[in-house]
Structures are given as C-alpha cells and as structure tokens.
Design a protein around this ligand. Structure first.
Ligand code: NAP
Length: 299
C-alpha cells in the first residue's frame, strides 16, 4: 500500500501560496523541501502554490516529490479531468495519492461497494492516480463509517485523512472508535493546529476561529505539564501515539521550521498515556458538543 511509503512528515503547501511572502523565498522553501526527499500535500485552492511548485520542479526536475492532492468529482471523467488540470499546472504526469473529497451519491456508492469502487479501481490500475485516501470531517463521518463497517474500502482506499492534532480530531466519535478498533491507516493534517498553543490562546485573532482559542486554553496546561520542550514536538508525538498513524502533514513558509518538523518526526516517542488520556477526554467531548453540530465547513 502506498500509504506505507509516505514520509513520516509530509510538507503541507498552503504557506507556499501566501503572496505576502516574496516569491523567491517561497521557491527556496519548496526547493529545500524537495532536497529532503519527503512527500508533499497540495491543492489548487492554496493560493498560487501550484505555480510556485511548478517553478521549483523546473529548477530541480530530478527532485520532484511524491504528491498527495485533494481531488473532487462524482464520475470517473470528473475525477480525472480535475486532477489532469492541476497536474498540468505543475508539469507532472501522474498523481501518487488522491485525497478523495467526496459526498452524495459517489460516497454512498463507495459505502455500499457499488460502481464507485469500480471507478476508483480503474483509475488506480491506469496508473494516473496511484492510490487514494479518503477525506473525513466530523460532519461527513457517517458514510466513511458505513464504508469501513461494510469492508468496501479494502484494497481500494489506503487510509483516512483528516485534521488530527491536540486541538482537532476530525473524525466523529463513532468513526474514530471504528478506526481505532480496525486500525485502519490514518494520514494526519494540520500537525500543529495552525501554530504554537500559547499564541493560539493569548494573541487575539491568531486562531482563525474562536473555538481553537478556547481549546488552546484547555490544552496549554496539559502541554506544560508534559515537559515536552516544543509545541511541534508535542504535536508530532501526539499524532504518533496512534499506531495506525502513517504520516503527519504540517505547513510552514520558513526553512528552519521545515527542519523542526523533520527533527520532530525522527525516532518519535509516543506521549505518556496520562497525557493522551487527558486529551482524548477533551476530544470526545468537543466532538459531540461542537464538531458534529457545527455548520459544515465552518471549522
Ligand atoms: N481538508 C484538507 O485537505 C486540509 C485542510 C487544512 C490543511 N491541510 C493540509 O495540511 C497542511 C497543514 O495545515 P495548516 O497549515 O492549516 O496547519 P499547521 O501545519 O498546523 O500550521 C501551519 C502554521 O503554523 C505555523 N508554524 C509552523 N511551525 C511553526 C513553529 N515552529 N513556530 C511557529 N509557527 C509555526 C506556520 O506559519 P509560518 O509559515 O510562519 O511558519 C503556519 O501558519 C496544509 O498545508 C495542507 O497541506 C489540508
């Protein structure tokens, strides 16, 4: 399974699309990431990050990394056309891992082991998209749960991909329990939940939505008590405390912080059980009280 070949740290490319940072600096960051021989995660919605990647790939064509990319579509043609357009923008021929952002009939068909399975199998066998992970949010957890329980993902979906960090565990409780029971592979997104917990807690507006500031208030004392020296290390160790975690995806515009992520993902030690238990209790509560009731796409 491709998911077993992911680098432990996947570089998220959102910060490459920040046009307030000089383009040359962003290209340099991309080139440094490419020098590390790690996977990247991208999407055509991250500002002009695909164009920055294209420029970096042209400079170092032998160092083009393996790519996870978000993909949409309800039919084989829609899925292929969307991916082709974005790969063309980067000057790349095929996609290593497609992140399925699906809902409605296509997701229902996948859950029931229907035509969607055939479509995904055909695309994978063509080599154009070599593997798939399935994106999950609290408000879309129902069909992925049904699919997992029905066994319809076996051999076709390598894992689930969702926000997983000390402030966000974006598979709803029932799906999360099933993922843990079956040890279905996970790819984590948003490694540090947007930045250091004390900044999220203390600097007005640093957290892009209020609930993250409120969660930072609850998690900061747990982080402090743990004695772990940095928030990046704490978050990486949190994610890797789950044995079915295959990679964690974090972004930064700064080369030194790329190295912080890389260092934290070498020889990772799980967090102590009491720390994990305290965070788990918070996350079960947040999931039921906030996440599943949220207006979709507002979190
Ligand atoms: N639905 C989806 O598929 C989805 C949604 C969200 C994210 N993602 C993926 O996950 C990746 C990461 O998500 P994210 O950017 O939202 O969250 P993140 O990686 O948790 O946070 C990145 C932010 O934290 C800052 N940061 C990183 N390391 C830091 C450090 N050591 N000290 C201080 N600040 C630090 C970065 O700013 P600087 O640039 O200043 O370092 C950046 O603003 C994205 O790039 C994307 O690939 C996917």
């Amino acid at each position: 399974m491709m998911v077993n070949t992911l680098s432990p740290y996947v570089y998220g490319t959102t910060r490459l699309g920040d046009e307030s940072i000089p383009e040359q600096e962003r290209i340099e960051t991309a080139l440094e990431v490419m020098n590390q021989d790690i996977w990247i995660h991208t999407c055509h919605k991250y500002g002009n990050s695909l164009d920055i990647l294209c420029k970096a790939f042209k400079k170092e064509p032998t160092k083009v990394p393996k790519i996870i990319m978000k993909i949409w579509g309800n039919t084989k043609q829609e899925l292929i056309d969307g991916v082709k357009e974005n790969l063309d923008r980067m000057g790349v021929d095929s996609l290593d891992m497609g992140q399925l952002c699906i809902g409605g009939e296509f997701a229902e068909s996948l859950a029931e082991g229907g035509d969607a399975v055939t479509v995904l199998q055909e695309i994978r066998e063509s080599g154009f998209i070599k593997s798939f992970v399935y994106e999950v949010f609290p408000w879309t957890s129902e069909l992925p749960l049904k699919a997992l329980q029905n066994g319809s993902l076996e051999g076709i979906i390598d894992g689930f991909i969702f926000y997983l960090n000390p402030l966000q565990r974006f598979a709803a409780n029932e799906l999360w329990d099933e993922i843990q029971k079956t040890q279905f592979p996970i790819v984590a997104l948003r490694t540090v939940s947007g930045g250091p917990v004390h900044k999220l807690r203390d600097i007005p507006g640093f957290a892009w939505v209020n609930y993250l500031q409120e969660r930072a208030v609850e998690v900061a004392p747990i982080f402090e008590k743990s004695g772990v020296p940095t928030w990046t290390e704490f978050c990486v160790r949190y994610a890797y405390s789950f044995p079915n975690l295959k990679a964690t995806t974090g972004s930064t515009s700064k080369i030194e912080r790329v190295h912080d992520f890389l260092k934290a993902t070498e020889n990772v030690k799980p967090l102590p059980q009491n720390i994990m238990d305290e965070i788990a209790a918070l996350q079960y509560r947040w999931s039921d009280e906030v996440d599943v009731k949220a207006e979709p796409w507002t979190m």
